[in-house]
Design a binder for this molecule. Structure first.
Ligand code: AHR
Length: 497
């Protein structure tokens, strides 16, 4: 197989908003309790946060973390999670059928995010609650002082406001599984009125309105068209959520699911621009892909869990090497749309469909998907460039014309670096890549990182990291071209400078 590419610093897609490398921590399973927080663990800090987990999150350079849900937020009373811990109530969480102890709430999470070097993306409950609880939470978090809720925050030990800028107007309100599920018109009306009140408390907020839960929803994409008619001027982003799984063990199709993601993004851009035209608006709506990942391995195990436990092992997908390839391809897709996708959250961060795993009282380790996320977050900053790609293609059961080569380039002008992210989707053959880097004539290879494994189903465990990258890739620069042999089913990061 042989593919060619042209990369030129003039072929600019967009400056990348670093927030496309965001993540998500929900009160769900062992994400918060025994994930980020485990008092009594030998590696817990003075607040009970696991330092080993914090180190890995810092390594990922996660710019923003969505919190506290997810489905959880649609039944959450944020007031339960602030103030003296011993007075915080235990509640039934109807979304995940567990018991929530409220030992972690808004203030503790803000502290944790600070330690991790991340901003918080806060979600408000538009399931069981609405305008009042939302505007009070904004006042509690962001108002300087001299009012009931801001003074309560001070009483709780936080003299300075948290200054949380980015807020989600509910979560997946189109889904019948959601507590307080709504029709598009019901949600649109509630979202716009909540947005108004929140921005009246703090005009600096950026708000994300709920799009569809996934493309299979019967109301997709009419949900977006209808809700945006209500929220277009009040919201700044619309959310997209999508998870994939290799349920029929058809890897050729599975690795092409990023094409479905690409189509999803294009559909939402069209829908936003349709509403823009209809409203004669000057404003462009941006996309927040605030839940994306692979999620299917744990589905059966979750059906067997007893209800009302505290922090049970829920949604604990153990990721394979092939999952890491699809995750890499999804990251490439986000970069390709970085002109409109300005935020994205890998769902989630720790234990729950996550790149980072922990054992209660024990070790922590990196799942396979940790690595493409790490590479994209660390090296995928700057300006996304549109490559002109010519690649052989294949047909699978679910897709036609799937390019073997999936690739994007990122230029970091200040660092004077160029990074080419490339996946060879072929399950049988290596791929010879020739990339014309005409406008980067004096650049040389810094390193060629490769994530590869013979066994597509290889996984990492606490004891053994079977899937980890090496930087012995064979990329060279010759006659103004990058030449590399990309191993079959591999993720490649070719760094030049
Ligand atoms: O991330 C897990 C769940 O997936 C979230 O709670 C929900 O928003 C989505 O359905």
């Amino acid at each position: 197989l042989r593919a060619t590419m042209i990369v030129d610093k003039a072929f600019i897609i967009s400056t990348i908003d670093a927030r496309i490398y965001g993540s998500f921590v929900e009160h769900l399973g062992r994400a918060v309790y025994n994930g980020i927080y485990e008092p009594g663990h030998p590696l817990a800090d003075e607040q009970g946060f696991r330092k080993d987990v914090l180190e890995m999150v810092k390594e990922l350079q996660v710019p923003i973390v969505r919190y506290p849900g997810g489905n959880f937020v649609s039944g959450y009373n944020w007031e339960d999670g602030v103030g003296p811990r011993e007075q915080r109530p235990r509640r039934l969480d109807l979304a995940w059928r567990t018991t929530e102890t409220n030992q972690i709430g808004t203030n503790e999470f803000v502290d944790w995010a600070k330690k991790a070097g991340s901003e918080v993306m806060m979600a408000v409950n538009l399931g069981t609650r609405g305008i009042d609880a939302a505007r009070n939470l904004v006042e509690y978090c962001n108002h300087q002082g001299g009012s009931y809720w801001s003074d309560l925050r001070k009483q709780h030990g936080y003299a300075e406001p948290h200054r949380i800028k980015t807020w989600c107007l509910g979560n997946e309100m189109d889904g019948p599984w959601q507590i307080g599920h709504k029709t598009a018109d019901e949600y649109g009306r509630l979202a716009v009125e909540t947005a108004k009140a929140m921005k009246w408390v703090d005009p600096g907020l950026e708000l994300v309105a709920c799009g569809s839960s996934n493309t299979a929803m019967p109301t997709f994409p009419q949900w977006e068209a209808t809700t945006l008619e209500h929220t277009y001027e009040a919201a700044d982003f619309i959310s997209l959520h999508q998870y994939y799984g290799n349920r029929s063990n058809d890897t050729a199709s599975y690795l092409a699911y990023s094409m479905d993601m690409d189509h999803f993004i294009r559909t939402i851009i069209s829908t936003c621009d349709y509403v823009k035209a209809k409203k004669r608006s000057k404003k462009t709506m941006f996309l927040s892909f605030d839940e994306w990942n692979v999620w299917f391995h744990s589905n059966d195990a979750d059906k067997r869990l007893e209800p009302w436990a505290i922090a049970p092992p829920q949604l604990e997908d153990i990721y394979t090497f092939e999952d890491a390839l699809l995750v890499g391809s999804m990251l490439i897709t986000l970069l390709r749309h970085s002109d409109r996708v300005r935020m994205a959250c890998m769902a989630q961060l720790v234990n729950v469909i996550a790149p980072i795993m922990t054992a209660n009282g024990g070790a922590s380790w990196k799942q396979t998907i940790f690595y493409p996320y790490l590479h994209a977050s660390v090296y995928g900053r700057g300006v996304a460039l549109q490559p002109v790609v010519s690649s052989p293609k294949y047909d699978s059961k679910e897709f036609t014309d799937v390019p073997y080569l999936d690739s994007i380039a990122v230029h970091h002008p200040e660092k004077d670096e160029l990074t080419v992210f490339a996946i060879n989707r072929s399950l049988e053959k290596s791929l010879t890549l020739e990339c014309d880097i005409r406008s980067f004539a004096d650049y040389a290879i810094i390193e060629h990182i490769v994530l590869e494994h013979d066994d597509l189903k290889a996984v990492n465990t606490a004891e053994h990291e079977a899937v980890r990258p090496h930087n012995n890739g064979n990329a060279i620069v010759q006659d103004g071209r990058v030449k590399a042999e990309l191993s079959k089913h591999s993720w490649n990061v070719i760094r030049l400078g």
